[in-house]
Design a binder for this molecule. Structure first.
Ligand code: AMP
Ligand code: MG
Length: 412
């Protein structure tokens, strides 16, 4: 059976980044940047005062001059046209351009203005050239690369783009993702299940996971375990960039998904992975006559299995489609906050809580009754990946943790 990382590699080798589109800066939050951003100018664009005070020549101060003639007052946004010569100064505000000739700003706290404001007495000198001044180009050089394609646009990127003069940027278009639940036993949320029926939890869950990953979910409803009905809905789903099915991929009599997908022209890439939960996952690709790909995931019906399969395979695929880097979210190594006995013949993804405490991060497996135990996932914010085999993990022992919801910590 394929390992998780082998299966991930197969998926990621298939997925090609989707199309780009321009968006205005006020709609760019959370999108994936698709262009390189270079600084159009030196930032700051001028030598900038870092304090409210008086701009003078450092040499004057060190030669012992204390009384300076005030030429004018400049405020931020209004440059001075004065030339500061020996014994002269310009009263200046934080952020304002330094007048020519001056090379230091003496803070207002070190000054006493004359009553008519025509002169000022400065104390606390000397001050080396450059004191309280940020030289032009300190923060960014003209032509320097500031942002690479593939970064997520957060508030700080929006600010930097604005700084560089961008009102619009090129970002990834959101993938269109069809979601199809399968099963004769399913009723929609809000309907009362009759004996033997259960509520379709997976379609709303997968839709929410897709939306959180930058995709646009489109629920196709519930396909009954009948070949014709399932076929019609699969055909509709294949019009999208991704099709995610839930249920019907195991070995049961009514598990029609693999055969219907194949009949609909989807090429199987793998079925079954060495993991728990989520073993029955099916993945394939369909390329239309026009050359457009649809990536198809048949996820197992048990809700936690579906959720884990999404995190491990579908999220990286969506990230690759978006051009978002990295596509595979790296796991982190975190000490256990309690001993844990792991059992089973397959690597197990156990819902857990990653905690930030004063003494550092730790992780705690939540009580979990298996692949239908949705409640456990609401107590969790990550998965611990326990390797196959029966093993006791001690308090403080480091385990591999996969954060959820696309939380991506920098790794060295
Ligand atoms: P299946 O993979 O179709 O054999 O389903 C495995 C288990 O998951 C069965 O107990 C199903 O009732 C349950 N299940 C299947 N689909 C869903 C769904 N959309 N929502 C909640 N549970 C489901
Ligand atoms: Mg079923």
């Amino acid at each position: 059976m394929l390992s998780v990382s082998e299966a991930q590699s197969i998926v990621l080798a298939d997925v090609v980044p989707g199309s780009e589109e321009p968006v205005s800066l006020d709609r760019a939050l959370g999108k994936t940047l698709r262009q390189e951003i270079v600084s159009p100018s030196e930032i700051p664009r001028f030598h900038k005062a870092l304090m409210d005070g008086f701009a003078i020549r450092a040499a004057d101060f060190s030669s012992g001059i204390a009384e300076f003639r005030v030429l004018e007052m400049v405020v931020a946004g209004a440059p001075s046209n004065c030339d500061v010569n020996e014994g002269e100064c310009v009263q200046i505000m934080t952020g304002a351009p330094l007048p020519s000739g001056a090379d230091v700003v003496i803070p207002v706290e070190q000054s006493v203005l004359s009553d008519d404001r025509s002169s000022v007495r400065l104390s606390g000198g000397p001050a080396p050239s450059g004191t309280n001044v940020m030289p032009r180009g300190t923060l960014m050089r003209s032509g320097e690369t500031l942002l690479e394609p593939g970064c997520e646009i957060r508030p700080q990127e929006i600010a930097l783009l604005a700084e560089c003069g961008y009102a619009e940027v090129r970002v990834s278009a959101a993938p269109m993702v069809a979601i199809l639940a399968t099963g004769d036993e399913l009723v929609s949320a809000g309907e009362r299940p009759r004996p033997g029926q259960i509520v379709n939890t997976n379609a709303p869950m997968l839709s929410a996971q897709v939306a959180r990953s930058g995709g646009v979910p489109h629920s196709l409803g519930i396909a009954r375990d009948q070949r014709d009905h399932l076929t019609d809905l699969v055909r509709a789903g294949l019009e999208h960039d991704f099709l995610i099915l839930s249920g019907g991929v195991s070995a049961g009599e009514r598990d029609l998904v693999p055969s219907v997908l194949t009949e609909c022209g989807v090429t199987k890439k793998f079925h079954k992975i060495n993991m728990k939960p989520g073993k029955p996952l099916w993945y394939g690709i369909r390329t239309s006559h026009s050359g457009k790909n649809t990536y198809v995931f048949g996820t197992p019906g048990n809700p936690v299995s579906g959720m884990v399969c999404f995190e491990l395979f579908i999220r990286p695929a969506l990230r690759r489609f978006l051009g978002l880097k990295p596509d595979r979210i790296p796991t982190i190594s975190v000490p256990l906050s309690q001993p844990h006995v792991a059992r089973g013949g397959r690597p197990t993804y156990h819902p857990a809580r990653l905690l930030w405490e004063e003494k550092g991060a730790s992780v705690e497996p939540v009580p979990w009754k298996g692949s239908s135990d949705l409640r456990a996932t609401t107590l969790a914010n990550c998965l611990i990946c326990f390797p196959a085999g029966d093993r006791t993990f001690e308090f403080g022992q480091c385990v591999e943790v996969l954060p959820w919801n696309g939380t991506c910590f920098e790794t060295a």
